[in-house]
Design a protein around this ligand. Sequence first.
Ligand SMILES: Cc1cc2nc3c(=O)[nH]c(=O)nc-3n(C[C@H](O)[C@H](O)[C@H](O)COP(=O)(O)OP(=O)(O)OC[C@H]3O[C@@H](n4cnc5c(N)ncnc54)[C@H](O)[C@@H]3O)c2cc1C
Length: 391
Amino acid sequence: MYTLDFDAVIIGGGMTGLAMAGQLGGLGLKTAIVEKQIPEPYHPTQNFDLRVSALSPQSFKMLEKIGAWEHIENMRFCPYRQMRVWEMRGFGDVTFEAASIGEPCLGYIVENRIIQLALRESIVKMEEVDILSPATCLAFDRNGSGISVTLQDQRVLNCRLLIGADGANSEVRDSFGITIQMDTYNQSCLVASVITDHPQQEITWQRFTSSGPQAFLPLPGHHASLVWYDQREIIDSLIKLDLPKLGEKFQDNFPGELGLVKVHSRGSFDLFKQHAKNYVQSRLALIGDAAHTINPLAGQGVNLGFQDTQCLSQTISKALQQGTDWSSYRVLLEYQRNRRWVNELMLRAVDGFYYGFSNDIAPLKWVRNAILTGAKNPYINRSVMRYAMGL
Ligand SMILES: Cc1cc2nc3c(=O)[nH]c(=O)nc-3n(C[C@H](O)[C@H](O)[C@H](O)COP(=O)(O)OP(=O)(O)OC[C@H]3O[C@@H](n4cnc5c(N)ncnc54)[C@H](O)[C@@H]3O)c2cc1C
């Protein structure tokens, strides 16, 4: 057994854990990331991954600042300049255009693994940050001035701050007895990586049907990611189809804009939301999906996680400048105060969309179509865009 000392240890080297490490390294804090899996290296001939994220301009700026975006540019990504939202068999139909607020695009679709690889590449160059991977935790113990983490290979990591970035099933959160509020939805979603007949035109769209939304996320060339929300039984039956049959189902049930659809991989996800009652304890903080898991309907999950990392690093930076104990409960509480209500608001707003649109109740149908129509008003249209983009 041997012991290593760090200022901060982050459990989970997913997108948010790595972004956190990049920012703490930038503050000069000696930081370790413990991650159980090493992502597969990138090769340009690889098929597109199933898991992709719509990154907001705010997330883009953070990735650019910590030197990760240049690596994404060297791999692959797709900007989208327009977003269309409409209801099937309704009168509401609105398009948001980046040009109308003087922005080059509304966001970027990037594979999760590419974001992870880019972040790793930017961090590897930082002297302050060590990536311990593959590595798994065995135990967490509080000691006088911090927390120690025992790894399966018997290494012990002592730190002043432990950060749980280990996703929705966070072991850190559970080990320290932080409780969550959790809700499941009746729907599941099917995600497919596809090649479409027509080239994409840098637009992302979402169509609401009474059985759930359908979404199109563009990827370079003729590639795209399609998302289909529906009753769990329907998604279970779709996932069992062979790939050509599933392609036909998309053609029959999705908007005609796609043309022929060739599916090359697919997967399904149960939908749930959860929110930790507390984000912090003394010498401990949760970020990203470990703190909150949101319905993926609005593509906000990792964007909220990145905002957590920015808020936590700014809070720590302020305490360092003031010469106060930067990992104390008092300082960490400021992070919780700034982030928890914002995330709760977004969880509720997305729920409002989910419940408001997934039904055929006539008055509700009228109201939601009126809302979509109202969003065509140039002032409202631009305000909604600025809010969604974090500007
Ligand atoms: C279908 C779907 C579509 C989505 N689309 C979008 C989108 O368009 N835009 C968006 O912003 N968000 C989207 N999301 C949400 C987004 O994927 C998540 O919010 C994001 O992955 C959370 O990142 P994270 O780093 O917090 O957690 P995770 O991605 O779960 O990463 C956690 C990491 O911790 C590691 N780990 C776990 N336990 C341990 C342990 N004990 N020891 C060591 N390592 C450990 C794991 O290996 C993993 O690498 C979507 C989600 C789903 C399900």
